[in-house]
Design a protein around this ligand. Sequence first.
Ligand SMILES: *[C@@H]1O[C@H](CO)[C@@H](O)[C@H](O)[C@H]1NC(C)=O
Ligand SMILES: *[C@@H]1O[C@H](CO)[C@@H](O)[C@H](O)[C@H]1NC(C)=O
Ligand SMILES: *[C@@H]1O[C@H](CO)[C@@H](O)[C@H](O)[C@H]1NC(C)=O
Ligand SMILES: *[C@@H]1O[C@H](CO)[C@@H](O)[C@H](O)[C@H]1NC(C)=O
Ligand SMILES: *[C@@H]1O[C@H](CO)[C@@H](O)[C@H](O)[C@H]1NC(C)=O
Ligand SMILES: *[C@@H]1O[C@H](CO)[C@@H](O)[C@H](O)[C@H]1NC(C)=O
Length: 296
Amino acid sequence: MLYLQYNTLTLLLLWLFVSSTYANDEFARTRLNPTDVTFLLYSRDNSYTEVSPESVDASLVEKGVKTYFVIDGLYSNRTTLMAKTVTDDLITLPNCNVIMVDWAPLSGYLAFRPSMNDLELRGLYNNVTTYVPAIAQKIVNLIESLKTKKSIPLSQVHVIGFSLGAQIGAVVGSEIRKKDKEEVGRISGLDPASFNYQEENVTADNRLDVTDAAFVDIYHTNRLCDHRFSWKIWNLAFKNDIKGCPCKVEASESDSICTNLNNTSCTSPVRIGMFMSTKTVGNFFVGYKNTTGLVA
Ligand SMILES: *[C@@H]1O[C@H](CO)[C@@H](O)[C@H](O)[C@H]1NC(C)=O
Ligand SMILES: *[C@@H]1O[C@H](CO)[C@@H](O)[C@H](O)[C@H]1NC(C)=O
Ligand SMILES: *[C@@H]1O[C@H](CO)[C@@H](O)[C@H](O)[C@H]1NC(C)=O
Ligand SMILES: *[C@@H]1O[C@H](CO)[C@@H](O)[C@H](O)[C@H]1NC(C)=O
Ligand SMILES: *[C@@H]1O[C@H](CO)[C@@H](O)[C@H](O)[C@H]1NC(C)=O
Ligand SMILES: *[C@@H]1O[C@H](CO)[C@@H](O)[C@H](O)[C@H]1NC(C)=O
């Protein structure tokens, strides 16, 4: 039997969705324990050392080079798949720093039980989201330390976040912009968490938007496929030249689906993912045929 699973992905640049939001910021400015957020500086051989704002000077962080932050989402830890897959790709690149953000003590994976009902899962999720600003602050502190002690310009910082990790990246971006009057180079949001992050529920500072970095690229999966497909396509596009086709979406509907689904041929395709041009602006669609062997 011939089995072709057809997955689709819309790739949207968020500038279309920027709109004014009113302040309804219920997020607590929570104090964290020192071990709640750990930064793992990865080497080419896949080993890592921990780094903190205080230890930057003596660390293996390379001066002045491109620096990537990888932030996985809900229930994540240093071994979960998005964190590992994206990190594994990045460490193949020369002359850069790759830092995985491990926020496991707060990510909910310790409290998660398969027996939890929807209400309990919602409660756990809400609890986890209250830590987002404080986690972001830790990352901001490290970025500031890298800037002063290792001469890493903000423009060289690229944050890659999945789901809730993308919303952590959003807060990092807006905090840096406020503090330094300058943006980080790039934030890539892989299916940013939407629950609790709708425009009416949170201020722009607390959700990913176009002002959070010099270049913001957002990957939404549609409802036909897996949330995780966002980082799987990122991983695929890291290794393959995957093209997106320009498409139209309703600006008012952040989860609207492009009208040319299944149309993989277009006149002006753009490369998507890590190596896309940072001059790219617009909304793009990727139709992907799931044939075996392409996705790990
Ligand atoms: C990470 O979480 C997974 C479950 O999602 C668990 O199996 C694994 O042991 C955890 N790893 C660490 C280092 O905590
Ligand atoms: C919220 O999370 C913290 C730590 O992750 C835990 O100590 C606390 O019990 C949680 N509260 C609720 C209401 O789930
Ligand atoms: C978003 O805000 C609206 C209006 O305040 C509220 O009714 C709704 O429950 C909120 N949704 C979430 C997911 O927090
Ligand atoms: C795309 O094509 C597949 C296979 O032909 C079909 O099953 C699917 O419904 C199509 N999706 C849309 C949104 O048209
Ligand atoms: C596919 O998209 C291109 C442009 O994006 C358009 O010109 C073409 O008509 C579309 N084809 C179909 C079959 O919808
Ligand atoms: C592709 O299909 C295989 C087999 O059905 C499945 O295990 C895998 O998760 C799919 N990959 C994606 C990205 O959907």
